[in-house]
Design a binder for this molecule. Structure first.
Ligand code: SF4
Length: 142
């Protein structure tokens, strides 16, 4: 990321869009720690100032009131806030129960083209070592 101060005190941060594998250059305008606008980075050698709607407008979900900011666990039919420890313990416990009852092939992992190579590697490792299978796929193989 490259950062510059504009004349009116806002910051402009150049970065790479992470929404898809194209990797367009974006310029993020930030004021008082809050994103104001995202535009295509004009001097980016591959995207040359272009960016699709996801790159230009996808940041708005950061400030959405609908955004999940903590785990939710269903209790008696209702989703209630929970700590990460409680949520992860629940998931790990259910994984163990399912694996014991149905075997390793009860699981499949779907990764994402938005993930880095390192995250996709970890997803594969997780499937092999925790689930005990190689049932992994992703939308980035097409
Ligand atoms: S701006 Fe659009 S095309 Fe470019 S990387 Fe982001 S999602 Fe992909």
């Amino acid at each position: 990321m490259v950062e510059a101060l504009t004349t009116n005190g806002t910051r402009e941060v150049n970065t790479i869009c992470g929404f898809c594998g194209v990797g367009c250059g974006l310029t993020v305008r930030v004021e008082d720690g809050v994103i104001q606008k995202v535009t295509g980075q004009k001097d980016n050698p591959s995207s040359k100032g272009e960016a699709c709607i996801k790159g230009r407008e996808g940041w708005r979900h950061l400030y959405s009131k609908k955004r999940l900011t903590q785990p939710l666990i269903r209790k008696e039919g209702e989703l209630v806030p929970a700590s990460w420890d409680e949520a992860l313990d629940l998931v790990a416990g259910r994984f163990s129960e399912i694996k014991e009852e149905y075997g390793p092939d009860a699981f499949g992992m779907f990764s994402s083209s938005r993930s880095t190579n390192e995250l996709n590697y970890l997803a594969g490792k997780f499937a092999r070592t925790v689930f005990g299978n190689s049932n992994i796929d992703s939308c980035n193989r097409a």
